[in-house]
Design a protein around this ligand. Structure first.
Ligand code: URA
Length: 435
């Protein structure tokens, strides 16, 4: 293979064969193709796109670059959920123990936050002692004992994506549908799942700014899932306002604990129940969505899944007393209220801007190696559609530095949209595909 010939082929809009893609990814993983040629190829893919056949071939080649997990000692159906990322999206922390409590096994390999969107690993690491870096055997033992385990990507899992994702991050090639699809699906397929449910978000706090783009991404993710023989379904969900009442690592763990005890805010409950129902149906535990929704809602409201989360945290080396007494979680010294400037109906607090405020406070990272502050973020976020009066508290900034607090307040001040007429908030779940 002459690498520059394949780059030229893609640059000129000619379809690559599965064999060419396989050889390309193998050579990149082995180090025979340097980053500068991979960067050129990624940019050619960014501009030219990929056919469904090419996207599926790229996903398969990435998957084959590393180990594929299997769970022979775990008899339950293995089902996971993947979200394309958002602000205040703590669903995984509630959903994994809930789905496990209803009989599924959830081997969840999660990511860290990058840019404005949060990451499940960062949230879990705000629990003192919680280890996200379990080996395969350890993860299997946790799955056997409590049905769910939430970990980070290991060195041997999809090594091609590790290198390529870092390269895309610095070459302006992240927002390309075939590159996103192959990156997400290769990792999920490597986790040894029977089925996968996708939460594809659109809006100011998501990767995909428009509903149409989210639909196109979901269609491509579903297509690859089907071609690879996995039962796959997707929800298209709104991410223009943060999910739940908080954004920021330990703040979201607190909210998740409350949700697992049966006190989830309505939007978090609705999305968690719908994703759990889809997982139960795809996993073959229940025959249809309606009974699955009923089971998921009833179990979530009962508060029973909290004990399973507590057990999972303990098996991961975390201190479960921090879940019983959230004062033991990292916190913030400064709390400042954001107040409504006028009377009216709260249309939304822009999710993208809440994400930027969190970044300024130190809850997220600008580049992969940045340290983060687990205690900061935005809490007490008012729900959409609420009637408010000037002076009402719409959110609270939790900060550990005065300057960052002031900057976050400035950003949030511009994030609040209050209308005159009462307006019902939009549906959080805007479409269902494959269900
Ligand atoms: N998440 C991933 O894992 N990869 C992408 O390319 C985008 C989001």
């Amino acid at each position: 293979m002459i690498p520059q010939w394949l780059i030229e082929k893609k640059r000129d809009g000619i379809e690559l064969s599965a064999g060419e893609i396989r050889e390309w990814i193998r050579a990149y993983t082995d180090g025979a193709i340097p980053d500068y040629q991979m960067a050129a190829m990624a940019m050619a893919i960014f501009f030219r796109g990929m056919t469904p056949d090419e996207t599926a071939a790229l996903t398969k080649a990435m998957l084959e670059s590393g180990a594929v997990l299997a769970w022979p000692s775990v008899p339950r159906p293995k089902v996971d959920k993947h979200s394309t990322g958002g602000i205040g999206d703590k669903v995984s922390i509630v959903l994994a123990p809930l789905a496990a409590d209803l009989g599924l096994a959830v081997p969840m390999i999660s990511g860290r936050g990058l840019g404005i969107t949060g990451g499940t690993l960062d949230k879990l690491e705000s629990i003192p002692g919680y280890r996200t870096g379990l080996g395969r055997r350890e993860m299997e033992r946790v799955l056997e004992q409590c049905g769910c385990s939430m970990v980070g990507q290991t060195e041997d899992l999809v090594p091609a994506d590790r290198r390529l994702y870092a390269l895309r991050d610095v070459t302006g090639t992240v927002p390309s549908v075939p590159l996103i699809v192959s990156s997400i699906m290769s990792k999920k397929l490597a986790a040894g799942l029977d089925a996968l449910v996708l939460d594809v978000k659109w809006g100011s706090g998501a990767f995909m700014p428009t509903l149409e783009q989210a639909r196109s991404l979901a269609g491509s993710l579903m297509d690859v899932g089907r071609r690879m023989g996995k039962r796959t379904a997707a929800l298209i969900t709104d991410m223009n306002h943060p999910l739940g009442r908080s954004a920021g690592n330990s703040l979201e763990v607190r909210e998740s604990v409350e949700a697992l005890k049966g006190n989830a805010p309505p939007d978090l409950e609705e999305l968690t129940v719908e994703l759990c129902a889809a997982m139960l149906v795809l996993g073959g535990l229940l025959p249809a969505l309606e009974p699955a929704r009923l089971a998921a809602r009833e179990r979530l409201r009962s508060g029973k899944a909290f004990a399973r989360f507590r057990r999972m945290v303990e098996l991961h080396g975390g201190d479960p007393s921090a879940l019983d007494n959230p004062a033991l979680l990292p916190g913030a010294r400064i709390r400042e209220s954001l107040r409504a400037r006028r009377n009216g109906c709260l249309e939304r607090i822009d999710a993208g801007m809440v994400g930027r405020a969190c970044l300024v406070l130190g809850a997220g990272r600008r580049s992969a190696a940045d340290p983060i502050d687990h205690g900061v973020g935005v809490s007490d976020i008012a729900e959409r559609g609420r009637q408010c009066r000037a002076g009402d508290v719409l959110a609270v900034v939790n900060a550990n530095a005065r300057g960052a607090c002031e900057e976050a307040m400035r950003i949030l001040d511009g994030a609040v949209i209050i209308g005159d007429a009462p307006a019902a908030p939009p549906e959080i779940i805007q479409d269902r595909i494959g269900l």
